[in-house]
Write a protein that binds this ligand. Structure first.
Ligand SMILES: Cc1cc2nc3c(=O)[nH]c(=O)nc-3n(C[C@H](O)[C@H](O)[C@H](O)COP(=O)(O)OP(=O)(O)OC[C@H]3O[C@@H](n4cnc5c(N)ncnc54)[C@H](O)[C@@H]3O)c2cc1C
Length: 459
């Protein structure tokens, strides 16, 4: 960073909240994806007013600004691909207010998901999106990526809970969107526009979230299927059986095999394993729902159906699903974790298509994911030091995206576009839609300073 800009920035936040140290620059150069690029400096702002001053300066000097939460993104969204200033929001981490009466929480963006959950749990409430990265990822990051998770089928994603935002625009103006009322149709829904915008339109400095009473009772079961078609039918039938499970997860054969090779869980090596959880405010309620699910499983030729009798058994059943990402991440030197999403009725086609792509390109793809909302995670495992394997991975990724679109689905259900999926945006969005998205970006950020180079917004 040049001396003049550096001085202007430290005047705003103080020397103690500014860094150019090598270790910080390396840390800020990557997220949880395969992408990396070093910034010029990092800043820890403490207030919306400081953020506004930084953005005014950056806009004047045309320096890129990259908002950053915990850096757990899987698509290179927080990678400073054009250098510039990383605005690390992790020190704006105050829970401003929890109002049970109004059923809402007001938080700064650097609050970690699990920290809010802990406070809400003590009051008998929860914030449902539940991303698997919840122990580390920030609510600002969750809002900017519209994070989802295990409970998506029943409870939706972050977007469904954001009532209001405070946002700093690239020119430094501070804007409030939405309201603290449970519903509002007042003007354009700018709140929703910012949710999932990956830090390309404005910097979120305060979030008002709707919270829900926590259902304390749960039931858990597992079913295994020798045939993908049977598993696919079971999934769709569960979802129109009149109840909605709080979690409906699937593990494919490759994932099961990898778990067996790397743990002592000794799972049956079937085409598909489905895990299901129902929740409610009484055990009678969860039992009723679970019985419906078990009836559906039993009508679709399962090899085995097992219901947990207590919490210990339930945790045992979840162990395989929870170990999937970690086990698969260790198998090869590199991996990409995709999150293609299709309508429920196309899940079996997606699973079969993934197997066929893996065979054609002679590459290992292990799949697991949130079957309840059609969101699967094919994890492509490869040796990143072998150019041949890299080529195979790229070809397989491209085909995977095309497959999802052909099945009326989407490139990404929760991990976002960032850098990783930017080249594929036009597969899903036609010329007109791309032109509107690029127009929105230009309207908010005419100098293209905010998280530039992402989401194919510059075409
Ligand atoms: C093991 C693992 C499991 C995961 N599981 C899930 C999952 O179940 N569901 C899911 O949805 N994702 C999951 N993810 C991905 C990731 O955790 C989410 O995308 C998460 O929401 C990112 O939060 P973060 O704080 O790390 O944001 P970062 O990675 O730091 O940033 C993500 C994006 O948000 C922008 N941003 C961050 N803060 C702000 C702000 N205050 N204002 C404006 N823009 C901002 C950044 O510029 C960037 O574009 C997982 C990742 C890992 C590594």
């Amino acid at each position: 960073m040049d001396e003049r800009t550096r001085r202007a920035l430290t005047d705003i936040v103080g020397e103690e909240n500014y860094t150019e140290s090598l270790i910080d620059m390396v840390s800020y150069s990557y997220d949880a994806s395969e992408h990396s690029h070093r910034p010029s400096c990092g800043i820890w702002p403490r207030s919306a007013e400081q953020v506004a001053e930084i953005l005014k300066l950056a806009n004047r000097e045309k320096v890129p600004v990259i908002p950053r939460g915990a850096g757990t993104g899987l698509s290179g969204m927080a990678v400073p691909v054009r250098g510039g200033i990383v605005l690390d929001l992790s020190r704006m981490n105050r829970i401003v207010k929890i109002s049970i009466e109004d059923r809402l929480a007001v938080v700064q963006p650097g609050v970690v998901y699990a920290d809010l959950e802990k406070v809400l749990a003590a009051k008998g409430f929860f914030f449902p999106p539940d991303p698997a990265s919840g122990k580390a990822s920030t609510l600002g990051g969750n809002v900017a990526t519209n994070a989802g998770g295990l409970k998506g089928a029943k409870y939706g994603t972050t977007r469904d809970y954001v009532l209001a935002l405070q946002v700093v625009l690239p020119d430094g103006r501070i804007m409030k969107t939405g309201s603290r009322a449970m519903k509002s149709v007042s003007g354009y829904d700018l709140t929703r526009l910012f949710v999932g915008s990956e830090g390309t339109l404005g910097l979120v400095t305060e979030i008002t979230l709707k919270i829900s009473p926590r259902p304390e009772a749960t039931s858990t079961a597992l079913a295994t299927f020798d045939d993908l078609e049977d598993a696919g039918h079971a999934l769709t039938e569960v979802m129109h059986s009149g109840i909605i499970p709080s979690a409906l997860e699937i593990l494919g054969r490759e994932t099961i095999r990898a778990i067996n090779q790397n743990t002592d869980l000794d799972l049956p090596e079937v085409d598909a394993m489905i895990l299901v959880e129902t929740d409610g405010y009484t055990h009678g309620e969860t039992d009723y729902q679970m019985q419906k699910v078990l009836d559906v499983f039993n009508l679709n030729n399962p090899r085995e159906v097992k219901r947990a009798e207590n919490q210990k058994e339930a945790s045992g059943l979840w162990e395989a699903r929870k170990s999937a990402y970690g086990v698969l991440a260790r198998i090869k030197t590199h991996f990409v974790l995709e999150d293609v999403t299709v309508p429920m009725s196309r899940i079996a086609d997606l699973l079969k298509g993934i197997d066929s792509i893996a065979r054609r390109h002679d590459i290992q793809i292990a799949t697991f994911g949130h079957a309840g909302d059609g969101n699967l995670h094919p994890q492509i495992l490869y040796d990143g030091y072998d150019p041949e394997q890299v080529k195979k991975m790229e070809a397989a990724s491209g085909e995977l995206f095309k497959l999802a679109i052909d099945l009326d689905g989407t490139l990404t259900g929760e991990h976002g576009i960032g850098l990783a999926k930017a080249p594929y945006m036009t597969l899903e969005h036609d010329e007109t839609e791309m032109a509107v998205m690029r127009g929105i970006k230009r309207f908010f950020d005419p100098n293209n300073i905010l998280n530039p180079g992402k989401m194919a917004l510059e075409g």
